[in-house]
Design a protein around this ligand. Structure first.
Ligand SMILES: *[C@@H]1O[C@H](CO)[C@@H](O)[C@H](O)[C@H]1NC(C)=O
Ligand SMILES: *[C@@H]1O[C@H](CO)[C@@H](O)[C@H](O)[C@H]1NC(C)=O
Ligand SMILES: *[C@@H]1O[C@H](CO)[C@@H](O)[C@H](O)[C@H]1NC(C)=O
Ligand SMILES: *[C@@H]1O[C@H](CO)[C@@H](O)[C@H](O)[C@H]1NC(C)=O
Ligand SMILES: *[C@@H]1O[C@H](CO)[C@@H](O)[C@H](O)[C@H]1NC(C)=O
Ligand SMILES: *[C@@H]1O[C@H](CO)[C@@H](O)[C@H](O)[C@H]1NC(C)=O
Length: 317
């Protein structure tokens, strides 16, 4: 063995390695690969591409016909930071899909067919900063705690979805939220939504396209923008009572009625007892008085002339 053998083979391996990377030996077909980036935009893909380099940081699958993201194959891309799946057919159930891509910071799922977002959909994406789920017309429900693990979330877009209602607690505890897209949804402005509108006016989050954030139901508030709707809702929610309030008021009324009846009844009994007692005393007194009168009468009858004479005689003198 020559002393030069070892360094020579090492540099050969090094050269081979250098030569292989830019060639993109394992770049998926119909995709273009650059340094840590795979771009498969608009290639009519029906399925998630195989053979994506494992060190990929940025994966672009926009404008294809992909209807399913395999969680296991995604989880091989442990360094993935940026995933763009806009304009595909992703639907129904994305729960636990992103379980293995914990470094993901940017996720675009707009223009798909999502139907719901639960806690399990994005709960493993602890580094998520940008989430776009706008333009999913069948997206009708977002669970209250859907983003509770996404504490770094800065940009969230739910515009042009099937959402009619969003609970304030879904977004109000996100400490880094700066932008929230809400426009062109058919918002249902009931008294629960008043909470949300109040949060909107008080938070320092930016709401793009604010002119198109309007109520759809009830009919009386249709097309009303959010700050204007707040004033209206304040008025109607404070004056109109809910069913619960009516039940409560009825109960209170009944209690007052019952208490009143009881009090009247007790007062009546007391009055009767008092009357009976006092009338007994009066009768006794009356009897005594009558006795006295009798004695006086009998005395005056005994000697009427002499008494009268004795009393009146000094005045006439
Ligand atoms: C991906 O490729 C498409 C066309 O193939 C191009 O328009 C787009 O800019 C590329 N995206 C990035 C991030 O390079
Ligand atoms: C998706 O598939 C439909 C038919 O299945 C086709 O009409 C459409 O052009 C496809 N879109 C893309 C972006 O491949
Ligand atoms: C979208 O999802 C709904 C409900 O799951 C389904 O009925 C519909 O066919 C889907 N649309 C597309 C284009 O896949
Ligand atoms: C949500 O976050 C908590 C605390 O950061 C963590 O313990 C929990 O595992 C996370 N849940 C999921 C499903 O990742
Ligand atoms: C308002 O509407 C939402 C969704 O339709 C519903 O969950 C909520 O209970 C409603 N609140 C009231 C006070 O009616
Ligand atoms: C509001 O929505 C309408 C209809 O969708 C659209 O034409 C308009 O450009 C939107 N306004 C803004 C400020 O984007």
């Amino acid at each position: 063995m020559s002393p030069l053998g070892r360094p020579w083979s090492l540099s050969l391996i090094f050269l081979l390695g250098m030569g292989m990377a830019p060639e993109g030996i394992n770049c998926p077909s119909r995709c273009s690969c650059q340094y840590l980036e795979v771009n498969c935009t608009g290639q009519h893909l029906q399925e998630f591409p195989v053979d994506i380099p494992l060190d990929t940081r940025q994966l672009i699958l926009a404008a294809n016909n992909i209807s399913y993201l395999p969680a296991v194959e995604l989880s091989f891309l442990a360094d993935l930071v940026y995933l763009d799946c806009r304009k595909n057919l992703l639907g129904d159930d994305l729960d636990f899909t992103f379980i293995g891509v914990a470094k993901l910071a940017y996720l675009d799922l707009s223009f798909n067919n999502l139907t719901q977002v639960t806690f399990s959909t994005f709960s493993h994406l602890l580094s998520l900063v940008v989430l776009k789920i706008s333009d999913n017309p069948n997206l009708v429900a977002i669970e209250k705690d859907a983003f509770s693990n996404n504490t770094w979330l800065r940009h969230l877009d739910v515009s042009r979805t099937g959402l009619t209602f969003l609970d304030t607690s879904t977004v109000q505890d996100l400490p880094n939220l700066r932008l929230l897209g809400l426009s062109e949804n058919l918002w249902h402005c009931n008294c629960s939504f008043l909470d949300f509108i109040t949060w909107m006016t008080e938070s320092n989050v930016h709401f793009p396209d604010a002119d198109n954030i309007t109520c759809y139901t009830p009919a009386g508030l249709r097309a009303l923008r959010m700050p204007a709707a707040e004033a209206q809702l304040h008025f109607s929610c404070l004056t109109q009572l809910s069913k619960q309030d009516y039940v409560f008021l009825c109960l209170v009324g009944f209690c007052i009625f019952l208490a009143g009846t009881m009090a009247a009844w007790l007062a009546g009994i007391c009055a009767v007892i008092y009357e009976v007692h006092t009338s007994k005393g009066e009768e006794e007194e009356e009897e005594e008085e009558e006795e006295e009168e009798d004695t006086i009468k009998t005395r005056t009858f005994r000697g009427p002339g002499s008494h009268w004479f004795l009393l009146s005689s000094p005045l006439h003198r």
